[in-house]
Write a protein that binds this ligand. Structure first.
Ligand SMILES: Cc1cc2nc3c(=O)[nH]c(=O)nc-3n(C[C@H](O)[C@H](O)[C@H](O)COP(=O)(O)O)c2cc1C
Length: 324
């Protein structure tokens, strides 16, 4: 698929996830080569105020192209200004506008999915950003604010009119947050309502889910989020599935936990041990999720402070359950 004149080598896109899709995690994903990477959402105001931490979020690796940088904000002028900064001062290939984030801290400012409640402002914002930058501009949204306000089609058509190049749709409403299920039916309505590419997103946990989503919705590509936390190889399995091959690339439990240690090391390289290991707590909990006997170590994992703490927990776990 193409995003304007940018050709994606395959139809698997990494979903933006705040606190997760930072440089460390994306580095681990490079071995599976998705069609498009995403970083974590970036505040328009933080870029404009020259916040150093925020600018660090725009660092990318040479081999993780193409990558989209996602902006959140609710004012036309500041979103335009921030988009121009990304356009001129970073190597991202695509600029994305966040109109899907359900978190109260974001929506109370009128940003993220709250923009779906103000279609005129959303249109103005998209149109002005598109006109202000050279790079392709995309938009990520949900199917509506709640069951009574399923206006995904209206917003998609406004996006097309505003010159947006591609839309990513998570098949849930804002009110659902992450509960219930993502609706392929609603994604299809949006796919059918516009001529620009629409990427489907929501609840893809196996290659088969991606194939079903494409079949049921006609979406141009798929975007995968949470499942990558404990099965990053899913990217390759979906690519294989699109090529008509059924593959099982799942790692053994010791390999998975070695991957978790690698992730911890990358986070430490990126942000130091103190912050890195704090962030690693939730990643490690995800990594252990569903593994046999993992309940025995959950409490310890949620308190790790040093790399050695995690290494010890993993070694003891493997020793107890996987040594002969
Ligand atoms: C921890 C977390 C952080 C997220 N952060 C963002 C974000 O910064 N921007 C965004 O558009 N969506 C964000 N999302 C939503 C995902 O991009 C995706 O739409 C959602 O998880 C559904 O896809 P999945 O079922 O494959 O996970 C986040 C989701 C999670 C779980």
């Amino acid at each position: 698929m193409n995003i304007r004149n940018l050709h994606l080598a395959n139809k698997v896109i990494v979903a933006p996830m705040a606190g997760i899709t930072n440089l460390a995690f994306r580095k681990l994903l490079t071995r599976y080569q998705p069609g498009l990477y995403f970083n974590e959402m970036i505040s328009d105001m933080a870029l404009i105020y020259d916040n150093q931490r925020t600018w660090e979020m725009t660092h990318i690796l040479e081999n993780e192209q193409p990558i989209a940088f996602q902006l959140f904000g609710s004012k036309v002028e500041t979103m335009v200004q921030a988009a121009q900064l990304l356009d001129q001062k970073t190597d991202c290939a695509v600029i994305d506008i966040n109109m899907g984030c359900p978190v109260h801290k974001i929506t109370k400012q009128g940003a993220g999915s709250a923009l779906m409640k103000t279609p005129e402002l959303a249109y103005d914002l998209m149109k002005n950003v598109v006109q202000a930058v050279k790079k392709p501009v995309t938009m990520k949204m949900r199917i509506g604010w709640d069951q009574e306000n399923l206006n995904g089609v209206e917003i998609a058509q406004l996006a097309q009119k505003a010159g947006i190049d591609t839309i990513y749709v998570h098949g849930r409403t804002r009110a659902q947050m992450y509960s219930g299920t993502s609706s392929n039916e609603k994604i299809k309505e949006i796919v059918d309502s516009v001529n620009i590419p629409v990427v489907g997103n929501g609840d893809i946990r196996r290659a088969e889910d991606a194939l079903t989503m494409v079949k049921e919705t006609g979406c141009a590509a798929v975007m995968v989020g949470r499942a990558l936390l404990n099965q990053p190889w899913l990217i390759q399995e979906i690519k294989d599935g699109f090529d008509g091959k059924e593959t099982d690339l799942s790692l053994s439990i010791p390999q998975r936990l070695a991957f978790t240690l690698e992730h911890a090391q990358e986070l430490i390289n990126q942000m130091g041990e103190h912050l890195g290991m704090r962030q690693m707590r939730s990643h490690a909990l995800w990594a252990f999720k569903g593994l046999p006997h993992s309940h025995t170590i959950k409490a310890r994992v949620s308190q790790i402070a040093k790399y050695q703490d995690l290494e010890l927990i993993i070694n003891e776990y493997l020793e107890a359950f996987y040594s002969r």
